[in-house]
Design a protein around this ligand. Structure first.
Ligand SMILES: *Cc1c(COP(=O)(O)O)cnc(C)c1O
Length: 463
């Protein structure tokens, strides 16, 4: 999401600067394959199809709004990450991006591991049969009950996030006669987003234990003395939607430096280093994400080089992509309800969902693309803002985009790249019914998370 280069100009302009919002040179009917999942295409009539099924048929069968997830694309992305890093490294899918039992089964079949960060995510993973040793448990405030369940289930690693948690996990494991494999999450003084990273001396954030001031070294010291813990490595996660590898370079260098200090002080070489997730995807045509093999090579080279210069043997690397796997695999399908042209401003297009199924625009000022998908159109492009049906003027799905000027109520429009952090962050605001997730593959569509019903709402309301 390159802000400065966005073709639609200033992001907060309420009044359009003259000549600033120029229509795209490309044909609006052409789908940019960067932002759409792999099996998405337009058929001879101009209607969008995914996995061989036309969207109008999907809308009829499953209703709108709904998320359609391209299963073969999801699986291909899993394989691309696993192949890129090879058997000498581990790929953990970050379940918080989107998790369901079907997803857990796909991950198992494609050889990936899984990050969870709550009891609910852990339950979903175990229920769908993910072997506990392939699960990593994260979070800055895991409850005692969550830690107990994770330890008893035998999760492969718990990522320790505070001094209190070091003691808590050690105690819980030891009192059961167990030794829990753990990593310590450190904050390396790097924050990376999109095209920049910021290196800071001190971290002002809730996650991890700071390298600065010797905090992380002290955490290692304590963890090494506790019988309930087997310290296997250091973890760092530096941001989200990152395209520039430079932040990882600084982070890896600082983590390796800690490994060298640990070796010097304790005579142990910790065997693992986890570089976290945060790799960027294309939300709009402006974004140019890297392929997994390029990322794997860059990260492996950085760690190898830093270890060589610190005279350490290269640790086993793990990464935790969430968005980069599931993000591009799904789109949200909406039906257009009302269209309000505002003279000299833009046209507001209201859809049957909104901030309850995609909070990212309101929360992060995220950018998305949109396309008319129930048909093609040769009409002129018009500048639109796609908004939801909620009682908030900030209920925006796509802030600035172009759709054909003959757009009409009843048309289907789709927002691509909504696989990550949309359904998983969905809410019931205005008692909206959270949309279903439908997996589409080889001409077949199957609900993997069903649509909420008004009965579901009333069932929770026990007053
Ligand atoms: C959120 C998170 C991830 C995944 O981030 P993406 O941007 O989805 O790749 C990975 N690791 C940790 C520790 C996280 O908190």
């Amino acid at each position: 999401m390159s802000r400065s280069a966005h073709p639609a100009g200033p992001r907060h302009a309420d009044v359009l600067p003259e000549g600033h919002y120029t229509a795209p040179a490309t044909d609006l009917n052409v789908l940019d394959e960067k932002v759409w999942s792999r099996t998405v295409t337009r058929d001879a009539n101009g209607a969008l199809t995914v996995g061989g099924i036309e969207v109008a048929r999907l809308a009829e069968e499953f209703g709108t709004p709904a998320y359609f997830l391209d299963e073969s694309d999801f699986r291909a992305r899993c394989r691309a990450w696993a192949d890129a890093f090879g058997p000498g490294a581990d790929v953990f899918y970050a379940g918080k991006a989107f998790l369901s039992r079907a997803v857990v089964r796909w991950l198992q079949e494609e050889g990936l591991n899984l990050d969870v960060c709550s009891g609910g995510e852990l339950t979903t993973a175990l229920d769908a049969g993910m072997p506990a040793e392939r699960i990593a448990f994260h979070g800055n405030n895991k409850t005692v009950a969550e830690i107990e369940r994770a330890v008893e289930a035998g999760v492969g690693r718990i990522v320790l996030d505070s001094f209190q948690e070091i003691v808590r996990v050690a105690h819980i494991a030891q009192s059961r006669g167990l030794r829990q494999r753990v990593q310590i999450r450190v904050t390396v003084g790097v924050e990376a987003h999109t095209h920049e990273f910021i290196a800071t001396a001190h971290e002002d954030q809730k996650f991890g234990i700071a390298l600065a001031g010797g905090q992380a070294a002290e955490a290692v010291r304590r963890a090494l003395t506790l019988d309930g813990l087997e310290l296997i490595g250091i973890h760092s996660h530096i941001g989200s939607q990152i395209f520039d590898m430079a932040g990882f370079e600084v982070s890896a260098r600082r983590v390796v430096q800690l490994l060298a200090e640990v070796r010097d002080e304790h005579g142990v070489e910790l065997p693992e280093i986890d570089l976290g997730g945060g790799l960027g995807i294309a939300y709009t045509s402006e974004d140019d994400p890297r392929e997994p093999h390029e990322i794997a090579k860059a990260l492996t080279d950085i760690v190898t080089r830093e270890c060589e210069s610190a005279n350490l043997s290269t640790p086993r690397i793990s990464v935790e992509p969430g968005r980069a796997i599931v993000g591009p695999t799904a789109f949200t399908l909406y039906e257009v309800g009302t269209i309000k042209p505002l003279e000299g401003l833009r046209t507001y297009v209201s859809v049957d969902g909104g901030m309850s199924d995609n909070i990212r625009t309101a929360l992060y000022d995220a950018e998305y693309s949109v396309a008319l998908v129930s048909r093609s159109s040769d009409a002129e492009p018009m500048l639109v803002r796609v908004v939801g049906k909620h009682c908030e003027s900030g209920d925006i799905v796509v802030k600035d985009a172009f759709l054909p000027a003959d757009l009409a109520p009843g048309d289907l429009i789709a927002v691509p790249a909504t696989g990550a952090y949309c359904r998983s962050m969905a809410s019931n605001y205005n008692h909206a019914l959270r949309p279903p997730v439908v997996a589409v593959r080889d001409g077949e569509a199957r609900v993997i998370v069903r649509r909420e019903t008004e009965e579901d709402l009333l069932r929770l309301d026990v007053g």
